[in-house]
Each structure stands twice: as C-alpha cells, then as structure tokens.
Ligand binder design. Structure first.
Ligand code: HSE
Length: 312
C-alpha cells in the first residue's frame, strides 16, 4: 500500500440556524476525509461512503476544482499525478455542508502541497467565492459556532460561545440543490421581516451560548428563507411537528435543506426514538443522524489512510 502524502479532514456544518441566513454556521461532529497521493498517472478519485447521485468526471469534482483554483490563485501549476481517496460521511446535497467540505478538502490539500502559506481567513475568502456563501465554510474551517458579516469586500468572522447542545438531524431522501433553493428566494424582503430576523438571530447566539432551550425555541424562527423552502420538501412539516412533539427545543432547516435539524440539551436518542415512532408509520423515506457539535475545525494530517475505496 502506498503511503499518502497527507490526509485532509473537514467536519459537517449546519448553517443559518433559523434566522441567521448566510451569517451563522455551526460545525458538527461528522467528518469527510480524503487522502492525497501524488503518484500514478493523471487525476483519479476513489470514494467510500456517500457520493453524488450522478457520475462526475474527475476534473469536475469539487475537491479537484478547489485544488486547481488554489493553485491558480498562487500562480502554480497543478500536479502531474494526483490520486484522491475519499471517505464521505456527510450525505451529499443534504444541507449539512458537503459542498463546503469538498471545497475545503481541495483548498487545504493544495495549500499543504504548496507549503501551507495561507491563513484560515484567506482560505475562507476563496472557499466562499467558490461556494457563493460563507457560513458553512467558516464553521468548517474554524469549528464551533461562527458568526460572519461582510463589508462587501471581505468577511469578518468570529467564534461565539456554544453550550453542549445535541442535535437530531432528519434527512428526507429528496434532491434539493442549494443552488435551486437559493434561486427561489425573493431578491427583496420587507422591513418587518428583516427586523424579525435580525432580532431573532441575536437571541439564537445568546441561546446557543447559554444552553437556554426555551430561548432557542423562541429565537430559531425565520421569515427570510424557510417559508419559501419548507413547502418544497415533502414531509418537512411532518418532521418539524414530530420534532416539537418529541421534546426538541427548536427545529429548522439545516442550511438550505432538505435536512431538518433539531436541538436539545438532553439525550438526543430519546428524541430520536420518539420521532421515529411518529415518522416511520408515515412511510417517509428519511435518514437520521445525531451529531454532536464539533469544536474542532478542518485539519491536515501527515498520515496514510484507507485505500480500500471503490472507483467512481
Ligand atoms: N446560507 C446558505 C443558504 C446555507 O441558506 O443557502 C446553505 O447550506
């Protein structure tokens, strides 16, 4: 077995947390990893775990596109030979930051290959330019709970305190790309709705930091994106009601969806089994996850990893 030059590890993320559209991100303890081998011939990928529903040419893979973009920004050529072995635990197109994870794997790998020149801040700017929004990438880079604002030219991002929340994520098996679910949002919003979201987003941060379940239940409401997105997701209302009936403190879309994320300070397995009991008879095609928060963000490790993935 050939030794990988290094492996890159990036956590799942949930963005928005209700009202914080494009402004709040939280890292979850569910990781994608990829090992990089600069051997063989040309570009090749192998993958185990979740993969896109459709075939992607190696040069169009988001990991490679991000790798090549960082080489371009640094004025360097891409490597002659590159073999990438992926282990994907983040479901693709789920609202759990799989695209941000792929982009960061590519950027961090290229940065490591070129001698680790770039700061997290610089990586965030490039990742956000590729993805079109900064919240998932920021949480994936830094870990924990991150708030982000932009002056129109660059981002200001910072970590906020976060209590020991548990989550229950329900993923309806339904294809909803972030691109499509951003396109349906209105260009303009009314002042009342903007004020509603600003005020609620403040208290989302407060509640996440203090662990106040009651406050999170009040704060995690949104008028900017969820009212447009939730009707597109079959079973979403049922899942939201099931989460509330099962004792979750708050529930909302994870990022652009289609997954829904519930928060609790108590045992997520109790909520999960109650939700199962409500949702399984409804015959929804869904998957459950209970990731904890990750306080650690993306990192590069100088180690070999499993080469037993299948080709795609
Ligand atoms: N803030 C982004 C959106 C997150 O809601 O479109 C996507 O995961």
């Amino acid at each position: 077995m050939t030794q990988a030059a290094f492996s890159v590890h990036v956590p799942a993320t949930t963005a928005n947390i209700g009202p914080g559209f494009d402004s709040i991100g939280l890292a979850l303890d569910l990781w994608n990893e990829a090992s990089f081998f600069f051997d063989g011939k040309g570009l090749s990928f192998s993958v185990q775990g979740y993969r896109p529903a459709f075939e992607i040419q190696p040069e169009n893979n988001l990991i490679y596109k991000a790798f090549a973009e960082l080489c371009r920004v640094c004025g360097k050529a891409t490597p002659q030979a590159l073999r990438i072995v992926c282990n994907n635990r983040i479901p693709v197109g789920s609202g759990l930051g799989s695209s941000a994870a792929a982009i960061l794997i590519g950027l961090l790998a290229a940065d490591a290959w070129l001698g680790s020149q770039l700061s997290k801040k610089e990586l965030l700017e490039i990742a956000s330019a590729i993805e079109g929004h900064p919240d998932n990438a920021a949480a994936a880079i830094y870990g924990g709970l991150i708030g982000i604002c932009s002056d129109g030219t660059s981002f200001h991002e910072d970590s906020f305190p976060v209590a020991e929340w548990n989550t229950v994520v329900v993923l309806p098996k339904f294809d909803l790309s972030t691109k499509a679910s951003r396109k349906i949002l209105p260009e303009k919003v009314c002042l009342k709705d903007a004020v509603f979201n600003i005020s609620h987003a403040l208290f989302v941060m407060q509640a996440l930091g203090s662990g106040d379940e009651n406050l999170l239940g009040i704060a995690m409401q949104d008028r900017l994106h969820q009212p447009y997105r939730i009707p597109l997701i079959p079973g979403a209302d049922l899942i939201i009601n099931a989460a509330k009936a099962s004792g979750a403190a708050a529930v909302g879309l994870s990022g652009a969806g289609p997954s829904l994320i519930s928060f609790t300070m108590s045992d997520p397995e109790t909520i999960l089994s109650k939700m199962r009991a409500i949702l399984e008879p409804a015959g929804l095609d869904i998957e459950f996850f209970t990731p904890r928060i990750s306080r650690c963000g993306a990192y590069v490790a100088a180690s070999a990893a499993n080469e037993q993935a299948s080709e795609f």
